[in-house]
Write a protein that binds this ligand. Structure first.
Ligand code: HEC
Length: 231
C-alpha cells in the first residue's frame, strides 16, 4: 500500500467522523424535548369535582360529607368492602386478621388497637381520629398517606367508591357517627346556564342577571341589525 492509499483511508475516517458529528448536532436540535405544558398525570374532572374546587390540584378536595353521605350508595359501598375483607373482619366483636377489626372505625381513634392489634409505628405515630376526611385520604393511597403503614393495599382511586365505602363503614356501629350539616355553598347547584351564547341578539358573554354588580366594559346591548354573523 502506498501513501496515496493511506491518505484515502485517513480521509474516509475523517469524513465519517465529521458526518457523525453533523448528524448528532442536527438530531439534537430536531428532537429537543420540550417540557409538556401540562403534566400528564393530572386527572381533570374526576367525579364530584365542582368548578369551585379546581383551584388546588395538588390536594384532592374533600367531599361535603353532609351532602354526599345522604346520597351515597351504601350497598355499592358494601360491595367494595369485600376488597377489605381479605384482611379485615368487619363484624362486631370479630377477630383481627392481617389488619384490625373495623367495626365502629368511623370516628374511632387511629391505631388504638381494638382487640389489641399490633399497629405499625407509622400508624401509631400519626394519631388522631378516623374522621370521614381521614378515611377518604387514607383509602385513596394508604402508603401514600401514612408512609410506613403495613396496610399493603393499593388504594381506591375513585372518589365515588370511597364515599360509598365510607358510608357503608359508618353503618358498622352501634351508634353511627353523626352526619354533619350540609355546607350550603357546596350543595347549591352551580348555575350552568351562563356558557351558551344562544340568547338571540344578545352579546355572547352576558353575565346572568344579578350575578355581579360590575358592568365593566359591557358591549353595547343591542347589536346593530345585520351584526357580525354567529356560528
Ligand atoms: C392486604 C391487607 C389489607 C387490605 C386489603 C386492607 N387493609 Fe386496612 N389494614 C391492613 C393492615 C395490616 C392495617 C394495619 C396498618 C398499620 O398498622 O400500619 C390496616 C389498617 C387499616 C385501618 C386503620 C385501623 C385503625 O384501627 O386505626 C383502616 C381504617 C383500614 N385498614 C381500612 C381498610 C379498608 C376500608 C380496606 C378496604 C378498602 C382495607 N383496609 C384493606 C391491611 C389491609
Amino acid at each position: 500500500m502506498d501513501s496515496w492509499e493511506w491518505n484515502k483511508i485517513a480521509g474516509a475516517v475523517l469524513g465519517t467522523l465529521i458526518f457523525v458529528m453533523v448528524v448528532r448536532i442536527a438530531s439534537e436540535s430536531l428532537f429537543e424535548v420540550e417540557p409538556p405544558a401540562k403534566p400528564g398525570y393530572v386527572v381533570e374532572g374526576v367525579e364530584e369535582t365542582t368548578t369551585a374546587t379546581n383551584a388546588a390540584p395538588k390536594e384532592e378536595a374533600m367531599p361535603d360529607w353532609g351532602t354526599v353521605l345522604k346520597s351515597a350508595d351504601v350497598s355499592k359501598g358494601q360491595n367494595i368492602s369485600h376488597k377489605c375483607e381479605q384482611c379485615h373482619d368487619l363484624t362486631k366483636g370479630g377477630p383481627n386478621k392481617i389488619g384490625p377489626n373495623l367495626w365502629g372505625i368511623v370516628d374511632a381513634d387511629r391505631g388504638e388497637g381494638r382487640n389489641g392489634f399490633d399497629f405499625s409505628a407509622a400508624m401509631k405515630a400519626k394519631g388522631g381520629k378516623w374522621t370521614y376526611d381521614e378515611l377518604f385520604k387514607f383509602l385513596k393511597s394508604p402508603q401514600g398517606y401514612i408512609q410506613g403503614t403495613k396496610m399493603s393495599f393499593a388504594g381506591l382511586r375513585s372518589a365515588d367508591d370511597r364515599t360509598n365505602l365510607i358510608a357503608y363503614l359508618r353503618t358498622l356501629s352501634d351508634s353511627p357517627a353523626p352526619i354533619p350539616a350540609p355546607n350550603p355553598q357546596a350543595a347549591a347547584p352551580a348555575s350552568s346556564q351562563g356558557g351558551a351564547p344562544t340568547t338571540p341578539g344578545g352579546p355572547a358573554a352576558t353575565p346572568p342577571a344579578g350575578s355581579s354588580t360590575t358592568p365593566a366594559k359591557a358591549p353595547p346591548a343591542a347589536t346593530p341589525a345585520g351584526g357580525p354573523p354567529k356560528k
